[in-house]
Design a protein around this ligand. Structure first.
Ligand SMILES: [Zn+2]
Ligand SMILES: [Zn+2]
Length: 214
């Protein structure tokens, strides 16, 4: 799972997926629209979600300090297992770090979003394919490093450079620098003000509840 917004669990159920099948959550940064659903996801680690217990541990990754930030969100509750609890594995990472969880290889790349808050983008290697995810970020060379050779780039377009996001011109520019073999899927955008798809050649706009194969 790439980030875990407040609506994550509701959307999982709507597409027929079950939270107990999520093995790894990559949190890009500690803004609540990206971590607000972790609380309920953790509830399924310590108790049953819809009469179904998790059979495998859940791994959560994020920038340094992410566990403490999730702890503030959860509050005093057994939902946040102790750091040494085998049911949850935390990977608190800095840019340049990488790790493997089950059959997934993850590279963490520091991106610039809302300093001093640390933010990470991810390159995920799975079954011979590479999925890249920007999280929230300005267009900096780190984004090119992130996207290099990816089969699918999931890129945010919060639309406001002043507030540390890419805008549509940034996404078009990035698209022009990438090979056609890299599919570009835009997320985190305002549907009401999104440009016509015809003005975004080679760029797909992600839709809620849709399925995308890599
Ligand atoms: Zn943010
Ligand atoms: Zn955001």
């Amino acid at each position: 799972m790439l980030d875990c917004p407040p609506q994550a669990l509701a959307h999982l159920y709507r597409v027929g997926a079950h939270p107990a099948d999520i093995d790894l959550v990559l949190l890009s940064h500690a803004h609540s629209d990206h971590i607000g659903g972790v609380d309920l996801l953790l509830l399924g680690v310590v108790s049953e979600h819809g009469a179904r217990l998790r059979e495998r541990p859940l791994a959560l990754a994020g920038p340094t300090g992410i566990r403490a930030r999730v702890g503030e969100l959860v509050g005093p509750s057994p939902r946040l297992p102790r750091p040494d609890d085998p049911r949850v594995r935390w990977f608190e990472q800095e840019g340049g770090a990488s790790f493997t969880w089950r059959d997934v290889r993850v590279e963490c790349i520091a991106v610039e979003h809302a300093p001093p808050l640390p933010a990470l983008g991810y390159r995920i290697g799975i079954a011979g394919r590479t999925l890249a995810y920007t999280g929230d970020a300005r267009l900096t060379p780190a984004i090119d490093e992130l996207a290099r050779g990816a089969d699918l780039l999931v890129v945010e377009c919060g639309g406001d450079r002043e507030r540390g996001h890419l805008d549509w011109d940034d996404v078009r520019e990035l698209r022009s620098r990438l090979p056609r073999s890299t599919r570009v899927l835009v997320t985190h955008y305002d549907h009401a003000s999104a440009p016509e798809p015809s003005s975004l050649p080679g760029i797909e706009l992600a839709q809620d509840l849709a399925r995308y194969e890599v």
